[in-house]
Design a protein around this ligand. Structure first.
Ligand code: PLP
Length: 388
């Protein structure tokens, strides 16, 4: 089998795989159980918690896209992170995670460490000395999230993987923000890639899902065993829909990025915009690393609103093409106020440590016409100025 380019893998996986009726698109198998051909002969699939053809196809596509040896589809991204922790961490082990990680990841690791399941160190992974100090704790696992949420900070995957190898730590990268189209952590030395497939991979904001992809077959097997054991695997219907969404990933990511660049250009000269956070900007601290390790700068950005907090609220409420909602990576544009939405569980102190201010707004730029999106931002900035 020749190795194909990502867009081809996304479009072709499972096409013409139906040997019974020769359906071009793979059919959906909702059956929870499968018959044994003969006494003692175990079929490829026996019970859906441990395996299912639709989940298998999605696992195969994502594993190929991330250059892994195998993958486990979970019922959400959080379950993928939890599966990683359940498989590889025991009491006494330490995981290092970014202090500005996804809010739900912070809550998950923080809560499980408080129960004594393992230790967690949340550190600023952009700070070399903090990283060195944390490595002295001999962590079992290091989780990277680059670009991070919501400040899209970038860390050097290759450099951290080399440091981790010396101390015997495994490295997992949450690649949700870029998708395999723009970044391949396993190629850069990572042992695992995590996605919330809820975001760009499905891309249509209608399926919750996650995946852990492993570099080695041994790790993939361990993850599959634990996924079945604790019952966190994804459903056939969700896998079917996610593979359907994945088909257009290559084309969507290109279009998302083009729209993001148009919006950044517009925001960068607006008086009500203070700082824009996006790795494509030369003054972004992660610009050079992003250029080195990513094949696209990504489509998530955030910015500090320069007006008052009251004005910020008027701006957000006046938008009609950016829905005020959590999540990201869908075809529709979204705006989010991290401090009161996605990151509110962190509390004021942790928010401050992560540099998430109440003036910060995050955009998930969708696939509407960029001219319409810019006109919408423009009118909302104008109406935010009106005294009410
Ligand atoms: C959304 C998200 C998650 C959690 O995924 P769910 O599917 O919502 O459970 C984890 N990491 C990142 C970066 C995310 O954006």
């Amino acid at each position: 089998m020749p190795t194909h380019k990502p867009a081809t893998i996304a479009v072709r996986t499972g096409i013409e795989s139906d040997t019974q009726h020769h359906a071009v698109v793979p059919p959906i198998y909702l059956s929870t159980n499968y018959s044994f051909p003969n006494f003692g002969e175990v079929p490829e699939y026996d019970y859906t918690r441990s395996g299912n053809p639709n989940r298998g196809l999605l696992e195969s596509a994502l594993s190929q896209l991330e250059n892994g040896a195998g993958a486990v589809i979970t019922n959400c991204g959080t379950a993928a992170l939890n599966l990683l922790a359940s498989t590889f961490l025991k009491p006494g082990d330490t995981i290092i995670a970014p202090c500005d990680c996804y809010g739900g990841t912070f809550r998950l690791f923080n809560s499980r460490s408080q129960k004594g399941d393992f230790n967690v160190l949340f550190i600023d992974q952009c700070d070399d000395s903090a990283m060195q100090e944390a490595l002295r704790e001999k962590p079992k696992l290091i989780l990277l999230e680059t670009p991070s949420n919501p400040l899209v900070r970038v860390v050097d995957i290759e450099k951290i993987c080399l440091q981790a190898k010396k101390t015997g730590a495994l490295v997992a990268v949450d690649n949700t923000f870029l998708s395999p189209i723009f970044q391949n952590p396993i190629t850069l030395g990572a042992d695992f890639v995590i996605h919330s497939t809820t975001k760009y991979l499905n891309g249509h904001s209608d399926v919750l899902g996650g995946v852990v992809i492993a570099k080695t077959a041994e790790h993939a097997e361990e993850l599959a065993w634990w996924g079945n054991c604790i019952g966190s695997t994804g459903t056939p219907f969700d896998s079917y829909l996610t593979l359907r969404g994945l088909r257009t990933l290559g084309a969507r990511m290109r279009a998302h990025e083009e729209n993001s660049q148009r919006i950044i250009h517009f925001l960068s000269s607006h008086e009500l915009v203070k700082t824009i956070y996006h790795p494509s900007l030369p003054n972004h601290p992660g610009h050079d690393i992003a250029q080195k390790q990513q094949s696209g700068f990504g489509c998530m950005l955030s910015f500090e609103f320069a007006g008052s907090y009251e004005q910020l609220k008027r701006f957000v409420n006046a938008l009609s093409l950016f829905s005020l909602a959590e999540s990201l990576g869908g075809v529709e544009s979204l705006i989010c106020h991290p401090a009161t939405m996605t990151h509110r569980a962190m509390g004021e102190e942790a928010l401050k440590a992560a540099g998430v201010s109440h003036q910060l707004l995050r955009l998930s730029v969708g696939l509407e016409d960029a001219t319409d999106l810019i006109a919408d931002l423009e009118q909302a900035f104008e109406s935010s100025k009106e005294i009410q």
